[in-house]
Design a protein around this ligand. Structure first.
Ligand code: NAP
Length: 242
């Protein structure tokens, strides 16, 4: 059995990635923060593809929770390792910088950027020892271009992009790749408060994207077929470039 972990797999892009990984034959570890009902719905979709999975509840921003949950899994599954890691869990707390409070900054940086660090560090050693691994980080157009009202989120996503490029150089010799996918506007709970009709005029393909359209790019990078791509950022944004 080959194992993949998707952080934030209970909803949106993470769910679509879990389903695609199930189609690729992976046993999918579905991480979530609190929404157990939606996480179970993802698990049912994974099973509907003829594969299997399990729920893994932890807060990616909490180093102790990450280490105890993943450490327990490693102890209970000797000889097995998680060969695909999708760092997808993310939140936004938009406000202009002059109104931004410490908690807006800290929550967004802790979940998006620290979460990437805590989870990746836990799983990296096994990938290096086994000399095979795929890490895909879900970042954002906001981290490439910067978006007003999202100084915290742009900083977090740009941080992961820099980390992706640096880590790729550290681990390439061990046949472990690390890449990023930068979505534009995608129809999920995260963008529910945005008006697609108003914003679609900015997008050459004239619509918001679907989670499945992001998942296809993520799962290509997570596949063996992407063996000569590392340190790369692929945009999935309908042509909405800087
Ligand atoms: P979403 O629908 O809001 O789902 C967020 C997911 O992250 C949920 O599964 C949630 O779990 C989980 N999560 C949040 N905080 C967590 C934490 N501290 N620990 C563990 N899990 C946590 O978001 P989405 O739109 O699918 O976004 C997925 C990723 O794509 C994010 O990194 C986001 O920044 C990025 N992105 C999205 C868009 C877009 O337009 N939607 C654009 C660019 C980038 P619960 O269900 O338990 O709350």
């Amino acid at each position: 059995m080959k194992y993949a972990l998707v952080t934030g797999g209970s909803r949106g892009i993470g769910r679509a990635v879990c389903v695609r990984l199930a189609e690729m034959g992976y046993f999918v570890l579905i991480n979530y923060l609190s929404n157990e009902e939606e996480a179970n719905n993802t698990l049912n979709l994974v099973r509907g593809k003829g594969s299997d999975g399990m729920l893994m509840r932890f807060d990616v921003a909490d180093c102790a929770q990450v280490e105890s949950t993943l450490g327990n899994w490693q102890t209970e599954n000797p000889g097995q390792y998680i060969e695909v890691l999708i760092n997808n869990a993310g939140i936004r707390k938009d406000t202009l910088l002059m109104w931004m409070e410490n908690h807006h900054w800290n929550e967004v940086l802790n979940t998006n950027l620290n979460g990437f660090f805590f989870v990746t560090r836990m799983l990296l050693k096994d990938m290096l020892v086994k000399k095979y691994g795929r890490i895909v980080n879900v970042v954002s157009l906001s981290g490439l271009k910067g978006l007003p009202g999202q100084v915290n989120y742009s900083a977090a996503k740009a941080g992961i992009i820099g980390a992706t490029k640096a880590l790729a150089q550290e681990i390439g010799k061990k046949r472990v790749t690390v890449n990023a996918v930068a979505p534009g506007f995608i129809k999920t709970d995260m963008t529910r408060d945005l008006d697609e009709n108003e914003l679609k005029g900015l997008i050459p393909l004239n619509r918001f994207g679907l989670p499945e359209e992001v998942a296809d790019a993520v799962c290509f990078l997570a596949s063996e077929k992407a063996s000569y791509i590392t340190g790369e950022v692929i945009s999935v944004n309908g042509g909405l470039y800087t």
